[in-house]
Write a protein that binds this ligand. Structure first.
Ligand code: SIN
Length: 276
């Protein structure tokens, strides 16, 4: 196994592993170590039809269903992330950590590319450890004591689901999910502190109004996705990305109008976020 970082802040490609085979415990442990260090890992040219993708996911955690979009008929934990030629809105086209409006948000997500546009449709990732660590000590102290309210119904992110919900909405989805989480999350495996607010879902600080919360939240949203905290991944059919939602955010770039893009996504169960 060879590891090649793709940017200074986060992201590494793992070369020399065939994920369709039965992986040894030692290989899985090494992938997990590299993943915890780099926050998002990428594999190229993988042959992972749904059953094999699910088997690979089970080596890292427990696959769970997504609240808004139906999964594949035989594999409800796998959702298609699809944009059709005539559609203009892309799923997940805003910086976010997955479903932070749930009381227990997912630990990780993985995407495998099935069909990609001739150009564009890259995904960006950002390092939330660095987003926290590069703040002043004074602001860190303020944030360490705050809790944020996260909602599934914030307008900008609701829009990114519109096209997908036309034909794939789950009948049992609630109108809104809301959860309060610490603004600074202590990663349960690494013990490092990460900034745990995001522009898609975080609406206010607990105990404050949206208007009162907005100036500081907007500062944090700008701060946490500065280019030097990010990496950008160019997909090919058969590429797989696996990221850590506890300390990384992602953003699907919507720059391929008129072309089709299809990926399969699995999320893995997490734990209840804990503050410092
Ligand atoms: C997502 O937010 O999971 C979708 C990311 C992508 O399509 O690149």
């Amino acid at each position: 196994m060879r590891v090649e970082p793709i940017a200074g802040a986060l992201g590494a490609e793992i070369i020399g592993v065939d994920l369709s085979r039965d992986l040894s415990d030692a290989t899985v442990a090494e992938i997990r170590r590299v993943w915890l260090e780099h926050l998002v890992v990428f594999f190229r040219d993988q042959d992972l039809p749904p059953a094999r993708l699910l088997a690979f996911a089970h080596r890292f955690g427990e696959p769970i269903e997504y609240p808004f979009v139906k999964g594949l008929d035989e594999f409800p934990q796998i959702i298609p992330v699809l944009k059709l030629e005539h559609e203009t809105i892309n799923f997940g086209g805003i910086w976010h950590s997955d479903t932070t409006y749930l009381d227990v948000p997912p630990m990780a997500s993985m995407l495998v590319a099935r069909e990609v546009p001739p150009a564009g449709g890259d995904t960006e990732f950002a390092n939330m450890y660095l987003a926290y660590e590069t703040l002043s000590d004074g602001l860190k102290r303020v944030l360490d004591g705050l809790v944020a309210v996260n909602s599934s119904a914030a307008a900008d992110v609701s829009r990114t689901r519109e096209d997908r919900l036309k034909d794939s909405a789950r009948a049992d989805a609630r109108k809104e999910y809301v959860a309060a989480h610490p603004v600074v999350r202590v990663h349960p495996e690494t013990g490092r502190r990460a900034l745990y607010v995001n522009v898609a879902h975080t609406v206010r600080f607990e105990g404050m109004t949206e208007e009162e919360s907005r100036p500081l939240l907007q500062y944090l949203f700008r701060q946490q996705t500065r280019p030097e905290l990010t990496c950008r991944f160019r997909w090919r059919a058969g590429s797989l990305a696996m990221w850590d939602n506890r300390c990384a955010q992602h953003n699907a770039i919507n720059d391929y109008q008129g072309h089709r893009r299809l990926l399969h996504r699995i999320t893995l169960a997490g734990d209840k976020p804990k503050g410092p």
